[in-house]
Design a protein around this ligand. Structure first.
Ligand code: AR6
Length: 173
């Protein structure tokens, strides 16, 4: 089992599953969501529309995860999850950890062995980066059966620095 911290563009990751920091509509947005749809092409949105027409008529709840095709991306699937918006007055960290845990469970259910994540909620949803990474690494301490590689992909040096501060969480008993 390997957990990696990598600086780069998530959409270029050569893994079985790329996780999207989506919103409840599943119909696209800015940030990494926009980049995934742009690079993956219209097949991803088509699958998302089918999900909305079926079991996800009211959208995807915060903390939940669901898979679609990865379209033209190198990955086999995109797993979409919805992070919580940061709140200074309410502790939503459990929901943020749910995003990672449920995405890993969905990936394992698909038969995937490698999964790449963005730092969920740390952009448009304003979650402080070091704490966002701490929540991710807390979940990564225990991976579901079949998941061999988990990669956290950060976009810039500032995010990397914040995530590195959270890395010791991985080694706590
Ligand atoms: N590769 C890796 N990381 C990236 C990339 C990329 N190509 N692009 C951005 N990031 P965000 P959120 C980083 O805003 O905070 C969308 O509109 C970015 O620097 O993408 O969960 C959705 O539809 C940041 O550290 O996601 C929702 O409405 C991290 O990815 C909303 O944004 C997450 O930033 C979700 O907001």
């Amino acid at each position: 089992m390997t957990v990696e911290l990598v600086t780069g563009d998530l959409t270029a990751a050569r893994v079985d599953v790329i996780v999207n920091a989506a919103n409840s509509s599943l119909l696209g947005g800015g940030g990494v969501d926009g980049a995934i749809h742009r690079k993956g092409g219209p097949a991803i949105l088509e699958d998302c529309r089918k999900l909305r027409a079926g079991h996800y008529g009211r959208g995807l709840a915060v903390g939940q995860a669901v898979a679609t095709t990865a379209g033209r991306l190198a990955a086999r699937w995109v797993v979409h999850t919805v992070g919580p918006v940061w709140s200074a007055t309410e502790d939503r960290a459990g929901l943020l950890r749910d995003c990672y845990r449920n995405s890993l469970e969905v990936a394992a259910g698909l038969g995937a062995s490698s999964v790449a994540f963005p730092l969920i909620s740390s952009g448009i949803y304003r979650w402080p980066k070091e704490d966002a990474a701490r929540q991710a690494f807390t979940v990564f301490r225990t991976l579901p059966p079949g998941i061999e590689l988990v990669r956290l992909v950060v976009f810039d040096a500032e995010t990397r620095e914040a995530a590195e501060k959270a890395l010791p969480v991985l080694r706590l008993p």
